[in-house]
Design a protein. Structure first.
Length: 189
């Protein structure tokens, strides 16, 4: 079998560096990259297997915890995803009743912790449809008109417009603001 004179430009699948392959099936720029990718894939497979076994062990322990009325602080941490410090703080503030059976044998009621995490219904706020700004002549104020009418500094008026996100329209050197929106703000609505 002879050598090929082909030089196919490719990217290495491991290091992503360009190289010239001599065959169509070449995937790596060197033997080093090929071995590194193989080791990485074996390591990822081991990690996935370890996660599966950990999950299987946790499922059986969680199922056991579901049947017990009193659980330890570390079990509550695992079951509810709360840190130990938070649980101890809740016990100290007497939001969760606890029983101390000895040194490092604090037990908390699972029912009391579950009641802390009950779903709270949030009433949906009715979204007000914002009025379209009316920039017609007679329906707008200029900044100077607003400051003279409401006895406010022009800088204060400008900051108020920005803070309340009131639409403006600039024509020449004048900035126009809809009357109805300004009147609502200064009337306290």
């Amino acid at each position: 079998m002879g050598f090929s004179n082909l030089k196919i430009p490719k990217l290495c699948e491991f290091c992503q560096k360009p190289f010239e392959a001599k065959t169509v099936a070449t995937r790596f720029c060197s033997k080093y990259c090929s071995e590194k990718l193989g080791k990485r894939q074996k390591q990822l497979a081991k990690e996935i297997e370890a996660k599966k076994t950990l999950l299987e062990n946790s499922v059986s322990k969680i199922a056991e915890l579901q049947t017990r009325p009193y659980i330890s602080v570390s079990e509550a941490e695992m079951l509810f995803g709360i840190s130990k410090n938070t649980i101890h703080r809740l016990i100290k503030s007497k939001k969760i009743p606890a029983i101390n059976l000895g040194e490092r044998l604090t037990r908390v009621s699972k029912i009391d912790i579950e009641q802390m995490f009950t779903a709270v219904e949030i009433t949906a706020k009715s979204e007000e449809i914002p009025e379209k700004p009316n920039f017609e002549v007679g329906n707008c104020y200029t900044i100077s008109e607003i400051s003279s009418k409401f006895y406010a500094d022009p800088g204060t008026v400008t900051n108020l417009i920005k803070r309340n996100k009131i639409p403006t329209k600039k024509v020449g050197s004048f900035v126009y603001v809809p009357k109805n929106l300004i009147d609502k703000i200064f009337d306290g609505k």
